[in-house]
Design a protein around this ligand. Structure first.
Ligand SMILES: NC(=O)c1ccc[n+]([C@@H]2O[C@H](COP(=O)([O-])OP(=O)(O)OC[C@H]3O[C@@H](n4cnc5c(N)ncnc54)[C@H](O)[C@@H]3O)[C@@H](O)[C@H]2O)c1
Length: 340
């Protein structure tokens, strides 16, 4: 019998890439999404890549009855849950904190209640390296202290981890929380990637949009940080490597005892500065990226990259795609988008 995995937010950027990996590895994803930040046409793209159309239901997770109906109609079939659904724009979360807390916390609580009700135990949760704030030590390991969040969005990740941890004490669930670093790039087919509505919120789409001429210049926020070239350092990881980590994490979660809670860093382990990213992009694609240095942004962290040894050892996690491949795939995707 096919192994059905409920994928919340499965039409979004990381979710859709994970759905492909699930299908590649013999799982049967059941996608739920409210389409607040995604489109149904992603299903066509997944079908083109995998040759099969995954099951999808448009569900608002803030509405527990809608979610219960999904569990009810798939009773005894769901082997685990991967929970991507969330709103995630840092700036927007400062302007709309209640929307952020309501959406991200209520969805998670409703999901956990349904899992209890229908006896589904394994859950893989999308957390973030934002929980480490400005880390005291690099690379940052899972044992590093959790810092006060700088945005309501970051706080929802921290609070959701707390909810999952407390729930795992009281209920027989098996939690794996994955703290992603910076997922970038797109599927190698260039049929699937991150859709942008309005100005990009992350570096790489900003680089690719500047290279196409859609944006005049890339703004680099500060060149006086205490790093080799003065620009901020991050850990970038290919979205397909992040996607594959979820299959390992789901299999790990299934094997754990009830009442378990485990956390893993999902990063490449390498730090790249903003200027290094620009130079790598220019070298890989042959396209120039005009940029200007502007003032530091409040809330930015100087440098963060992962100690990923725990994930390598315990999840058998591997990054297969290097920085050039990440940037090349992002560029191919940008060009494919421009043709649509
Ligand atoms: N992209 C990153 O850089 C990054 C980094 C760290 C952590 N994360 C986490 O990874 C997860 C996925 O991120 P993404 O970049 O794929 O985002 P995304 O916006 O592309 O995907 C999230 C999906 O969830 C859906 N959704 C949101 N609220 C919902 C609700 N109430 N009910 C049903 N569906 C809902 C959206 O429509 C969207 O399709 C999020 O939890 C995010 O916080 C992302």
């Amino acid at each position: 019998m096919a192994k059905k995995v409920l994928v919340t937010g499965g039409l979004g950027y990381i979710g859709s890439h994970t759905v492909i990996e699930l299908m590649n590895q013999g799982y049967e994803p059941l996608i739920i999404d409210n389409l607040s930040n995604s489109e149904v046409s992603v299903l066509d793209r997944i079908e083109k890549i995998t040759g099969k159309r995954p099951e999808f239901q448009q569900i608002e997770m803030r509405d527990k009855e809608q979610l219960q109906e999904v569990f009810w109609s798939n009773n005894n079939q769901i082997v685990g849950v991967i929970h991507f659904a969330a709103v995630l724009l840092v700036g927007e979360s400062v302007e709309q904190p209640l929307h952020y807390y309501f959406n991200n916390l209520t969805s998670t609580i409703n999901l956990l209640e349904c899992m209890n009700e229908f006896d589904v135990k394994p859950i893989v949760f999308s957390s973030s390296c934002t929980v480490y704030g400005n880390p005291d030590q690099l690379p940052v390991s899972e044992n590093a202290p959790i810092k006060a969040a700088v945005s309501p969005y970051g706080n929802t990740k921290k609070v959701c981890e707390d909810i999952l941890k407390d729930a795992s004490v009281a209920h027989p669930i098996k939690v794996v929380s994955l703290r992603y670093f910076n997922p970038i790039g797109a599927h190698k087919s260039a049929l699937l990637g991150e859709f942008q509505s309005g100005p990009p919120h992350h570096l790489v789409p900003f680089i690719t949009e500047t290279a196409t001429g859609k944006r005049a210049k890339l703004n680099i926020f500060g060149d006086d940080w205490n790093t080799a070239d003065g620009t901020c350092v991050r850990d970038y990881i290919h979205v397909s490597d992040v996607a594959e980590a979820h299959i390992n994490a789901m299999e790990y979660a299934i094997k754990q005892d009830d009442n378990s809670f485990n956390v893993f860093n999902i990063g490449s382990g390498n730090g790249y500065s903003v200027l290094e990213m620009v130079k790598s992009f220019e070298k890989t694609t042959g396209k120039q990226v005009p940029y200007q240095i502007v003032a530091r942004r409040p809330g930015d962290v100087e440098a963060v990259y992962a100690d990923n040894t725990k994930a390598i050892k315990e999840l058998n996690f591997k990054t297969k795609r290097g920085i050039d491949e990440m940037l090349k795939s992002a560029w191919d995707w940008e060009q494919a988008l421009a043709k649509q």
